[in-house]
Write a protein that binds this ligand. Sequence first.
Ligand code: GCV
Length: 653
Amino acid sequence: MKTFILSTFFLLAGWSSAYGEDGSQLWLRFNSINTTVSVTGVKGTAMTELQTYWQGGPVVLKRQKGLAKDGYTIKSQSGKIVIAAASDAGLLYGAYHLLRLQQTGQSCDQLDISEQPAYDLRILNHWDNPNGTCERGFAGKSIFLNPNPERMKMYARANASVGINGTVLNNVNAKPEALSTASLEKAKAIADQLRPYGIRVYLSINFASPIKVGGLETADPLDAKVISWWKEKVNEIYKLIPDFGGFLVKANSEGEPGPQDFGRTHADGANMLAGVLKPHKGIVMWRAFVYAPQSPDRANQAYLEFMPLDGQFADNVIIQIKNGPVDFQPREPYSPLFTAMQKTQMMVEFQLTQEYLGAANHLVYLAPMWQEFFSFVKPGSLRAMAGVANIGDDTNWCGHHFAQANWYAFGRAAWNPALKPEEIADEWLRQTFSSDERMLGPVKQLMLDSREAAVSYMMPLGIHHIFAGGHHYGPEPWYSPKGLRADWTPPYYHRADSIGMGFDRTLTGSANVKQYPEALCRLYNDINTCPENLLTWFHHVPWDHKMKSGRTFWDELCHKYDDGVHEARHFLTIWDAMQSYVDQQRFSEVQRKLRIQARDSEWWRDACLLYFQTFSHRPIPQDVEHPVHNLDEMMKFRIPISMYENPENGYNK
Ligand code: GCV
């Protein structure tokens, strides 16, 4: 009785700000009171979740043919709530929808909901290594290293609650041993834990596995022995994991092996694997993240390699393309392959882990960036959505409490890319923190502004890839060690000189603009019509170029960096005022991170402005806060973050 009264108290009062929370419950902070509410109909995970967490009226779960795969309806009928779906997964998504309504405080009286996902495949990509490190991971070790059943269950519930239905367990820089029998047995154990939540597992494979694991002399995709090795391997996988999803492949990219090593094309490689997976209904997600040291413009490379193959891929191959043509930068134009390829199935790869956005130290809500992408690329032109996971074994899963929002938003956007970033942020905040309007309004705004602020203090006006070598955390626009390939150094991208800065990708430059549809090509090609937020992406912009604000380019650059710093400081001020609406533990942990973010933003501004000033030879405008550091100080500064220095990761770019 006492327990019931206490939990009812918390339910009514919300979580008291006096109580600490560690973030381990993510957005699923239900009070499990095992109510006596009747949940009848189809037995399974949907029923269990509702029996444990639903506190409203009676619910009936029923199967209904004719509804879309994974789709569901929720209707109020004669005093009951009826959830109908064609599959167990659909019922589960319906159950979580209902729980979301409960947790966000919405009325569940007159329900008439009908939902179906935009994409069948909504997949997380873990860049987890067999030794437990996570490439570009900032939230501890891999959750798959020693899978803890409770944690796995929470992981599965969290994914299913936002509609994520697939997970690639290992890094795209795949170790051959990912296909050893021992690893496959481990993958089977994880698959068994995730299956009740409608989640399939996939594996990244190393293209040279027939050599490295199978002892063959070649991995030529057209070699009969190689094909039969893959067949046997795939049979072994499906014996262990009958609903195995398929392979994710990084081939001929950043030193990974691939079909080109044997004089074959991406299509030859992808189709061979697709052929062996096909009888099992498996798929191949073949990445288009390719670039070459000799290429005069890295942004051109994927198009050059993949366009000639348009229409040549098997029907169970999907080409997985990063949202931008270079590499998950704070702002990039969309990858032109998305509008160019017409006869090939494509999926977008977003990066949830903030490799280029302040790791787990900066609050950067990514849904606005994805919305921007979808304003250029029609959601219907894609088959699927993949997100590089930001999940690790940290108590709060993602390193930063607000990074959980990116995991959440990814699932919601993969279900419905038309959802607005503010709707998703609202839902997430209500479930994760509170529905108190005094917190909701300001913090939602902070989230919505956060990506643009990060662009301003890191790389405004189209600047890109001026990150510190290797770890990609801070600024190092000067980084250019002797002998390192040029496209792994910032000067390759910013090209600052006495005239101006930026990469000339116009028709008279690298002609990258030509890879875009004609109207965009024209728009981007002309310095006077090119959107200013992509100006130095497409143009070498003279320091005195007149901007829309009336300022010179140099002055605008100074203002942008400085605006970013002020915004980062403002985020801290907003959060500081939230103490009474948020539990103490998460309040302090977020506050500490926001302080780091504000300090880092100064570091970015000072390092970049002082460095670019050595080319512009112009003064920093009077109305801009002047750098508090010196350039040589900045150039000597190295951040000792051990996780970045892990030799296992072998970063040199
Ligand atoms: C998994 C970038 C990252 C690499 C990553 C690569 C990729 O280059 O820095 O860590 O490797 O992208 O997406 O394959």
